[in-house]
Design a protein around this ligand. Structure first.
Ligand code: HEM
Length: 207
């Protein structure tokens, strides 16, 4: 195997381990009784925030690869997208297990009490759709429509931010930070700005 290919493999494995590490850490905290009085909620909230981080990281990879032309960013895009989905599914599992106690009959009343759950579910459905169409076969089948479909990532991010906004009761500063990063990432994809990114790199290198 070529040296470069081994390097890319190691890079992908490192990203895999980095995405897995928070889950191991939080589980260990629960195991050690160091996760506070409500370990279930601890997992639910941390995994929710982890999913949001992964979503933002995934969306930052295209602008980063345009700016730097480093192939490594493009190589991990699908992996991080699938990790976002995995965190979202685990977040839902925590909700079902620790909040509902697997009693699905409670879901109706829960949705009335906490309508942001519907918003979260729509975001999860969107992530499932993107995950299911992220492989080469779907890319080939969908052709040009694939790109348009995957632009859904931005409305999905907006749904996640709305879901989070609804949950926040006191400290809006944290939410505003995530929303600002999301708005910046969206701005970077607008055609006039997206077109200038590779040229910006050229200027940085030649100066
Ligand atoms: C599948 C449907 C979903 C359900 C049922 C759900 C449920 C919940 C619940 C019950 C909370 C805690 C509210 C509280 O503090 O009382 C929460 C918070 C949160 N969720 Fe979701 N959620 C869903 C989807 C998602 C998705 C797809 C994401 C992002 C990938 C996400 C990210 C978050 C974030 C960032 C928080 C706030 C965490 C914090 O306050 O520290 N959720 N969700």
């Amino acid at each position: 195997m070529a040296k470069q290919e081994i390097k890319w493999r190691l890079w992908r494995v490192a990203v895999f381990l980095a995405a897995l590490a928070p889950l191991v850490y939080w589980s260990f905290q629960v195991y050690q009784n160091a996760a506070g009085p409500e370990p279930g909620r601890y997992l639910l909230l941390n995994i929710g925030i982890g999913g949001l981080w992964l979503m933002l990281l995934t969306l930052s990879l295209t602008p980063l690869s345009k700016l730097t032309r480093w192939k490594g960013f493009a190589l991990i895009r699908r992996q991080l997208g699938l990790w976002t989905l995995a965190y979202a599914v685990l977040h839902l599992c925590c909700y079902a297990l620790f909040i509902l106690g697997l009693d699905w009959a409670l879901l109706g009343a829960e949705i009335v009490k906490r309508p942001y759950i519907i918003v979260g579910m729509l975001a999860l459905l969107g992530l499932i759709l993107l995950g299911a169409t992220s492989n080469r076969a779907a890319m080939r089948k969908l052709g040009k429509r694939w790109k348009s479909l995957h632009k859904l990532a931005y409305p999905i991010l907006a749904l996640i931010l709305l879901h989070f906004f609804w949950v926040v009761r006191a400290d809006m500063a944290e939410w505003a930070g995530y929303a600002a990063v999301g708005a910046l990432l969206l701005a970077l994809r607008l055609p006039p700005i997206a077109r200038t990114l590779p040229r910006l790199r050229y200027r940085v290198v030649t100066r």
